[in-house]
Design a protein around this ligand. Sequence first.
Ligand SMILES: NCCC[C@H](NC(=O)CCC(=O)O)C(=O)O
Length: 445
Amino acid sequence: MTHAVEANFDGLVGPTHNYAGLSFGNVASTQNSAQLSSPKQAALQGLAKMKALHDMGMLQGVLAPQERPDIHTLRRLGFSGSDADVLAQAARQAPRVLAACCSASSMWTANAATVSPSADTVDGRVHFTPANLTNKFHRSIEHKVTGNILRATFADSQYFAHHDALPGVEHFGDEGAANHTRFCHEYGNQGVEFFVFGRYAFDGSKPAPTVFPARHTYEASEAVARLHGLDPDHVVYAQQNPAVIDQGVFHNDVIAVGNRQVLFCHEQAFLNQAEVINQLSRKMDDQFQVIQVPTSDVSVDDAVRSYLFNSQLLSVGGETHLVIPEECRNNAAVWRYLQQLESGPAPISKLHVFDLKQSMSNGGGPACLRLRVVLNSAEQQACNQNTLMSEALYSRLTTWVKQHYRDQLSEADLADPQLLNESRTALDELTQILKLGSVYPFQQV
Ligand SMILES: NCCC[C@H](NC(=O)CCC(=O)O)C(=O)O
């Protein structure tokens, strides 16, 4: 057996973090629209979580944010002149389009890509497919630079294989690892990859949500499994319960989280849930533990408000820990449930609570902020060492954030050409800190 560990690569929050209400179907995003944001606090809250996981002995990485405002996309949409002209025209003629081109949404790296560890793939390499995120315009413009950043972080083609995003149409809507979980006995052994989707694109007879969109299709999941060269005997597909999508569960990671042999989910998470769990159990050789939270303990509404399932299940020493947002402690039903869980017989033995309010207000919890990458020792050596969290990197990045980020941002500030300059100056410096090379359009002209 090859020894491997699960690394978490968190998205660093970008300098334009704001609340524009861009994600229909994501309750927090819609409800907090037009609030003032604090990019500085957001980035520091994210870094504090990364540092805490590093201190717990986890392998923790950092993924750089995107270049925003996205002048390149605004030019494709017909705005022209100097960069300042582009911003001014867009603000006047299409302020919502400008807001979409300014989102810092790449911070939620669970949506950056789907990753399959080398133990699962036919060619023995780690495979990455950036998510096309077609359902939301502001997110559909991420995948190209996401691919650049992933290639700069996992560069060695002997160990890492990078695919292009799937075709950018609704039929192949792909939201990445927010809808993908890998179960295994040991990280270095072949595991079972669990793909969850919201609807079928090519079969109208199948159930689908009616209020909010199902962002991710079955056909997209199948395509990613094919690209990664997964063994069909080690793959399980499941459809999200359309009724919970209609209650604000826009990604599976809002209602379920899994790690190794443990699945922690709400009892209403999947269609035909009993059959889904049977399949997983069988493929895991019946060594599989499921913690299903009943509606009578925690309603779907409480799960969506608290982000109980948008948590990180971590293997720490021989134990399983749960990383949760502070909103879980502020919800009476959820906190009561968690207290029982921590002291009871279930495999979760310790809770870690984090203040991630800036991200949570846009519907992004602890799990949204991280991309899991299982790496064996050779692969760990082969990845870009400058992106790995350490005492020194934490201190360097907190200084960098304090130097470049604003304390406060409103939607009106997005058209300020000074914000574009600040953002590019910060990102240029960041690519030097992380030694990424030229990953951004402004560095390539
Ligand atoms: N995995 C969590 C993703 C959260 C993300 N929110 C947003 O994009 C909100 C942005 C805004 O409304 O300004 C989304 O819905 O995809």
